[in-house]
Design a protein around this ligand. Structure first.
Ligand code: C2E
Ligand code: MG
Ligand code: MG
Length: 292
């Protein structure tokens, strides 16, 4: 350990601090360097049309490889980044990298799909957010509809009036807009109708509880019905078993994502996925399932 590290360590460890606090402080002090040091990268988790088995989209998920901690998951560093404001530059990087990567694949002749980026409350409330989206699309040359943004209900409800204005501008640009983790936040059905939303993502907690919990099944059915009534697409998240998949399909839920189909993939593996999907038409597992 260098002298500098020693000082930091002294700073971190005070009597009474638990391991979680120590790790959080470590994360906070090292996150500042993460972008500069190229330690941040993206995974892509495909989303499927569960009827045809085709890849119909993906979600970009941020990852941080910190040299001494190893792989740090967003559940650990995104909340820290939100509270110290670093989520803005990190989010900008995620947006730019997603668009750059998609356009690069497109230039290779690959049939690309819309990719969703998670947007946190701090980013949505940033005055320069809209401007930055326009700049990123302009800089990368990506067509707007290939960029999907996922917002949570709580971030939209934080300032519902400002969110409505923002979403209308983003919709006018041609972006795909999605409400993520639907059902767990402060839902307002009237806003669901007023916001120019394209898709609703069913939170994975409902999908997880579905097979054995009658309430979860009822909620999932209600969300699907609500979405259809409002003419929104619906994507179920966290599909882990064939039972989940069959139940969702029987409720006419077409979109799906989860470990059953694919985990989040490194960029190059997702690229192979897109190329293979184009060549063979669909994911064999789903196609087979529906032929039976
Ligand atoms: P999310 O948007 O709900 O993302 C889905 C999370 O569920 C991902 O975790 C994904 O790896 C995980 N997942 C996918 N399929 C399954 C499944 O079948 N079962 C289970 N149990 N989990 C599944 P991850 O990558 O750790 O991301 C966690 C959260 O961090 C995300 O939740 C999102 O809210 C946030 N996040 C990730 N990337 C970004 C980003 O670039 N910006 C912001 N602001 N937030 C991000
Ligand atoms: Mg998401
Ligand atoms: Mg989505």
């Amino acid at each position: 350990h260098s002298k500098k590290d020693g000082r930091n360590t002294y700073h971190f460890f005070r009597p009474g601090m638990n391991a979680i606090t120590v790790k959080r402080l470590f994360i906070e002090s090292h996150l500042h360097q993460a972008l500069k040091e190229n330690e941040i990268f993206l995974n892509f988790q495909p989303k499927f049309d569960m009827v045809t088995g085709e890849v119909c989209g993906a979600e970009a998920l941020v990852r941080w490889h910190e040299p001494s901690l190893g792989l740090v998951h967003p559940s650990e560093f995104v909340p820290v980044a939100q509270s110290c404001g670093l989520i803005v530059p990190i989010g900008q990087w995620v947006l730019h990298e997603t668009c750059r990567q998609l356009q690069a694949w497109r230039n290779e002749g690959i049939d690309i799909v819309p990719v969703a980026v998670n947007i946190s409350t701090v980013e949505l409330c940033n005055k320069k957010f809209l401007e930055s989206i326009i700049e990123i699309l302009d800089d990368t040359g990506l067509e707007a509809h290939f960029l999907e943004l996922e917002f949570t209900e709580s971030s939209l409800m934080h300032d519902a009036k400002a969110s409505l204005t923002m979403l209308e501008s983003l919709h006018q640009l041609g972006l795909t807009l999605t409400i993520d983790n639907f059902g767990v936040g402060p839902s307002s059905i009237s806003y669901l109708q007023r916001f120019p939303i394209d898709t609703v993502n069913i939170d994975q907690s409902f999908v997880h509880d579905m097979p054995h919990d009658a309430d979860a099944i009822t909620i999932v059915k209600a969300i699907i019905q609500l979405a259809k009534t409002l003419d929104l697409r619906v994507t179920a998240k966290g599909i882990e078993t064939r039972e989940h998949y069959k139940l969702l399909l029987s409720q006419q839920c077409e979109g799906g994502q989860g470990f059953l189909f694919s985990p989040p993939l490194a960029a190059d593996d997702f690229r192979k996925f897109l190329v293979r999907d184009k060549m063979h038409g669909s994911i064999g597992f789903i196609a087979q399932n529906n032929r039976k």
